[in-house]
Write a protein that binds this ligand. Structure first.
Ligand SMILES: Cc1cc2nc3c(=O)[nH]c(=O)nc-3n(C[C@H](O)[C@H](O)[C@H](O)COP(=O)(O)OP(=O)(O)OC[C@H]3O[C@@H](n4cnc5c(N)ncnc54)[C@H](O)[C@@H]3O)c2cc1C
Length: 388
């Protein structure tokens, strides 16, 4: 038996934005007998520190829209409620359509989004009107787009550190350099985490370990299909022609997107089809493709000096929706992972819902039964078209 390091009522595996949002929301419900267990010696080394930080309610599945509608107001209040230094830019998302087929799809999306309460989202059918939202784009080959002013972007690392600071102040412990390698259990209850720093005895466990979550569930015999997919971002030196008020803009035809970042720099991304892997590289070929798409769509970017860029992991499920669930047959083992590129923006709702589940025995703010991991075995996948 390993030496006991800690005893805590609730142990959270993974010190990323999702793990710390759960910890913070637990303290808001009066529960601070919590330990966050993180394998690395520093925070933010994985997806959270690599993210583009976009938030939007412009999805096409009901559960994604509802998760966003629950998350966005909390993100907007974040500087006031958690950390006044964090920036949250609510300047909208602009989706661009190049073909009539894409525009027809956008028409359907907008009508569905409005039904669910996203009243400000607009369909733009006159390409020149797109310039009202983003004056820097080339609209020559476009047929229209959609815009929602309630979307925007933020720095996920800052938000994670804000949640972390507040959780610690309320009594949550953070154990760094502690890799979870096994579970201890009796009957159908997990009783402890075996880590590289010793045993942590606990009454409830949440796996919030991003791309590694599927592997961790496997340690107790539960299959959750979460694969690591490499995603890359390229940034520029300051280019003041693209102000912080420019919306996050997505060219749905190519998958190219860009947004302004602090210090007048610009972040650019493009999702090339990659095989699941824990390793990536911002290679020259990828950079050249991004630059070509960038200059076509945003001609002024031809004047920007490039920096090196970076890569990180999406924790991807077969239907690009998260798993927020209890893992059968374990009565006290939960998972919040598999966000497939939406985990930063959905972290406020996830933290709140998981905290409610742990404290009250069920999530109260939203019906998240569609996010059960059992949907994969049942073949009940959820459909989402706005995936980047
Ligand atoms: C390039 C890129 C762009 C993105 N853009 C967006 C975006 O615009 N909007 C958005 O909402 N999302 C975006 N995402 C996704 C978003 O960043 C993630 O969904 C989110 O950060 C996930 O947070 P997390 O806490 O689940 O994971 P992570 O931040 O990866 O944290 C998980 C932690 O678990 C730890 N861990 C793993 N295994 C163990 C173990 N055995 N024991 C202990 N600890 C362990 C890891 O060390 C890690 O620190 C993007 C991601 C990337 C890579």
């Amino acid at each position: 038996m390993a030496e006991t390091t800690y005893r805590a009522k609730i142990a959270i595996v993974g010190g990323g934005l999702v793990g710390f949002s759960i910890a913070y929301h637990l303290t808001k419900l009066g529960e601070s007998d919590v330990v966050v267990v993180e394998r690395e010696e520093a925070l933010g080394l994985h997806s959270t520190g690599k993210s583009a930080g976009g938030f939007r309610a412009q999805f096409t599945s009901e559960i994604n829209i509802r998760m966003s509608l629950l998350s966005i107001p909390e993100l907007i209040r974040f500087p006031e409620e958690v950390d006044p230094n964090a920036y949250v830019q609510q300047v909208g998302y602009l989706f661009l359509a190049t073909t009539e087929e894409e525009l027809n799809q956008f028409r359907e999306n907008v009508s569905f989004q409005r039904e669910l309460g996203l009243e400000e989202v607009v369909l733009i059918e006159e390409p020149r009107e797109l310039l009202k939202y983003s004056p820097v784009i080339n609209v020559e080959d476009l047929v229209g787009g959609t815009f929602s002013p309630s979307d925007g972007f933020f720095d996920p690392y800052e938000i994670m550190m804000g949640y972390q600071k507040r959780a610690r102040e309320a009594g949550v412990k953070v154990l760094l350099g502690a890799e979870v390698t096994a579970f201890e259990s009796t009957n159908h209850r997990v009783s402890g985490l075996v880590t590289s720093k010793g045993l942590i005895e606990c009454e409830q466990v949440v796996i919030a370990a991003g791309a590694w979550s599927g592997r961790i569930a496997k340690l107790v015999g539960v299959e959750v299909p979460i694969e690591p997919i490499v995603r890359k971002l390229l940034d520029t030196e300051p280019i003041p022609q693209i102000p912080m008020t420019n919306p996050l803009t997505i060219d749905i035809h190519t998958g190219f997107y860009f947004r302004p970042d602090t210090g007048n720099t610009v972040l650019m991304g493009w999702a090339d089809p990659t095989e699941p892997s824990f390793e990536g590289e911002v290679d020259w070929e990828w950079k050249m493709k991004v630059v070509e798409m960038a200059i076509h769509r945003v001609p002024v970017l031809a004047e920007a000096k490039l920096r090196d860029g970076w890569w990180g992991l999406y924790d991807t499920t077969p239907d690009h929706h998260a798993v927020i669930d209890r893992l059968d047959p374990w009565e006290n083992l939960f998972m919040a992972a598999g966000f497939s590129g939406h985990g930063a923006m959905h972290s406020p709702a996830t933290g709140r819902l998981m905290a409610e589940w742990l404290v009250f025995g069920e999530p109260k703010s939203l019906d998240i039964s569609p996010l059960t991991y059992q949907r994969f075995a049942r073949g009940e996948l959820i459909h989402e078209r706005n995936v980047i």
